[in-house]
Write a protein that binds this ligand. Structure first.
Ligand SMILES: CC(=O)N[C@H]1[C@@H](OP(=O)(O)OP(=O)(O)OC[C@H]2O[C@@H](n3ccc(=O)[nH]c3=O)[C@H](O)[C@@H]2O)O[C@H](CO)[C@@H](O)[C@@H]1O[C@H](C)C(=O)N[C@@H](C)C(=O)N[C@H](CCC(=O)O)C(=O)O
Ligand SMILES: Nc1ncnc2c1ncn2[C@@H]1O[C@H](COP(=O)(O)OP(=O)(O)OP(=O)(O)O)[C@@H](O)[C@H]1O
Ligand SMILES: N[C@H](CCC[C@H](N)C(=O)O)C(=O)O
Ligand SMILES: [Mg+2]
Length: 481
């Protein structure tokens, strides 16, 4: 594509060379002949300092936010914005042919994207999905590097989705992505807000900044689907620009979509989904009142897209659930559940959903990740203490941090909790240790890694799939084939 065409709708100062673009990138290490290198600032480096190197590697052009005096450069007001627009231009703006829905909030995004996809596909349309577990384009599954990809990868995915005949896309909008404008320039038919609780303060610094990053999504949405039971959801209602709003709640009649007569069961929730002019019975197969919120959020967005509430209720009732989200790995004399709870609120919610139905003990295995918000470690331990009868403390993804230091950070909280606990740094061994403790009627919840089939330790990624570890152990015990 000619540079002139690539810059359509992107204001710049300077001369565009008469050349073709073969790639738009913010990483100089990917620069090659035909590349357009866009300089962005990060937490440890300023892309502008790699502009000359990119040209030496053959880049056709560098895009900067101030004059660097280089041979082939143009200046734009905001390089991250320009980067997003250039990426979508390069792929011919495939997003314009798609109805996009974004889900934001601390917890529930992945779950809701899957639920919404399940609902939309019941109406006969093809729906792409982009999120933490992977991207899905028709029958193709593409591994995910980020929850919300950079603009180049997003535009490439949209292009594949259009080619695969998708009419809709549901995607997760992480707070980092919103802050880094990875979604800039996109227009969403609907944006869903789930909740805001403590996470990512290592990145955002304060809850206020974290909230503001989430709020920014709603300047790009036609309909906002908001959780009225969350204080930040109520705040959003007052602060976002005038647009269509659909609210949901399990408690407040004034919400547009209400879960009435909510019944909590061991295997899921039942409620009447009440909206303007309709009441539909929903039997949703994931437990905990938070599951009713997730189901309502997905239904709210579906209704915003014109889906019949009866179809939404039916799809939710038939939902196969979501991998690694309160997923039952074994149910017999005792129960083993694999979940992705990795925040204080997530652990609290999943355990609160299960606790009333546990006949024996609730055994909780968790660890805190390295190079992620260390301030959520104590809330995670407190949530485990609140509901767990026995706790097994282990590692999550330590990444570059010393796993023993992370344990030492968490253990003092467990020590003061008055509940029995075991500590085993190696996660595979810890899972087996937890399984060995199980007695009749006990429920073991493995928190934090859900769908992940790896563990990131000290710069390497090792294979670790909890589904497999549990299956192997059950087989050894003669409890499974
Ligand atoms: C904390 C964070 O979000 N970091 C992102 C950030 O990196 P950074 O700020 O460290 O970048 P930097 O190293 O300072 O470099 C600045 C710029 O110079 C460029 N550069 C750098 C070196 C060089 O030689 N040449 C060069 O061009 C870099 O490509 C970058 O564009 O900008 C990079 C380029 O956009 C991202 O790859 C990187 O994501 C890192 C890998 C990351 O782990 N992000 C995670 C935390 C993240 O975004 N997670 C959320 C999900 C969280 C959730 O679901 O809860 C996600 O959406 O996945
Ligand atoms: N609505 C909710 N409120 C609180 N906790 C929830 C909610 N939904 C799910 N959870 C908990 O959070 C965990 C993660 O859920 P999910 O993967 O759907 O969230 P996410 O927002 O996509 O997370 P991430 O930011 O890591 O991508 C679940 O396994 C569950 O323990
Ligand atoms: N998308 C989230 C996933 C957290 C999962 C947990 N296993 C961890 O490694 O922290 C993050 O990157 O913060
Ligand atoms: Mg997710």
């Amino acid at each position: 594509m000619e540079l002139q065409q690539l810059f359509e709708g992107v204001p710049y100062e300077g001369e565009l060379p008469a050349a073709d673009a073969a790639l738009v990138t913010i990483d100089s290490r990917r620069a090659k002949p035909g590349a357009v290198f866009v300089c962005t600032r990060g937490s440890s480096a300023d892309g502008h300092s790699f502009a000359a190197a990119a040209l030496e590697s053959g880049a056709a052009l560098v895009v900067t936010d101030h004059r660097l005096g280089l041979a082939r450069e143009v200046v734009v007001a905001d390089t991250r914005r320009a980067y997003a627009l250039l990426c979508h231009n390069y792929f011919g703006n495939p997003a314009r042919s798609l109805k996009l829905v974004a889900v934001t909030g601390t917890n529930g995004k992945t779950t809701i994207t899957y639920l919404l996809k399940q609902i939309l596909e019941k109406t006969g349309c093809r729906c792409g999905l982009i999120g933490t577990i992977r991207s899905e384009v028709g029958d193709m599954e593409i591994p995910a590097k980020f929850t919300t990809p950079e603009a180049w990868d997003l535009a490439a995915l949209f292009s594949r989705m259009v080619n695969a005949g998708c009419s809709h896309v549901v995607l997760e909008a992480s707070s980092q992505a919103l802050d880094q404008l990875r979604l800039y320039g996109l227009q969403f038919e609907a944006g869903i807000f789930t909740n805001l609780t403590q996470d990512h303060l290592d990145y955002h610094g304060t809850m206020e900044n974290y909230y503001l990053a989430k709020r920014s999504l709603f300047s790009q949405t036609k309909t906002a689907v908001l959780n009225l039971d969350d204080p930040y959801g109520r705040r959003l209602m007052d602060e976002i620009p005038a647009q269509r709003v659909i609210t949901y709640s399990t408690a407040l009649d004034r919400a547009d979509l209400v879960a009435k007569n909510l019944e909590l069961h061991a295997g899921g929730v039942r409620f009447e989904m009440v909206g303007e002019g309709f009441i539909r019975r929903v039997k949703f197969p994931m437990p905990g009142s938070y599951s009713a919120h997730n189901a309502l959020a997905a239904a709210g967005a579906a209704v915003a897209l014109g889906v019949d509430p009866a179809v939404a209720a039916d799809a939710l009732t038939r939902s196969p659930g979501v991998r690694g989200r309160c997923e039952v790995l074994y149910s017999g004399r005792f129960t083993v559940i694999c979940d992705f709870a990795h925040t204080g609120d997530g652990i609290e919610k999943v355990l609160a959903g299960l606790a009333p139905f546990v006949q024996g003990r609730l055994v909780v295995l968790f660890g805190c990740a390295g190079e992620r918000d260390a301030r959520k470690r104590q809330p995670m331990a407190l949530a485990a203490l609140r509901y767990g009868d026995l706790i097994v403390l282990t590692s999550d993804n330590p990444r570059g941090e010393d796993p023993y230091h992370i344990l030492a950070d968490v253990e003092p909280t467990l020590k003061t909790g008055g509940k029995p606990y075991l500590v085993e740094v190696e996660r595979r061994r810890a899972i087996r240790l937890a399984l060995e403790q199980l007695r009749e009627g006990d429920v073991l919840v493995l928190c934090g890694k859900g769908h992940e089939d790896y563990q990131a330790i000290d710069g390497v990624t090792i294979y670790l799939d909890e589904h497999r570890i549990v299956a192997d152990w059950l087989r050894e015990q003669g409890l499974a084939e």
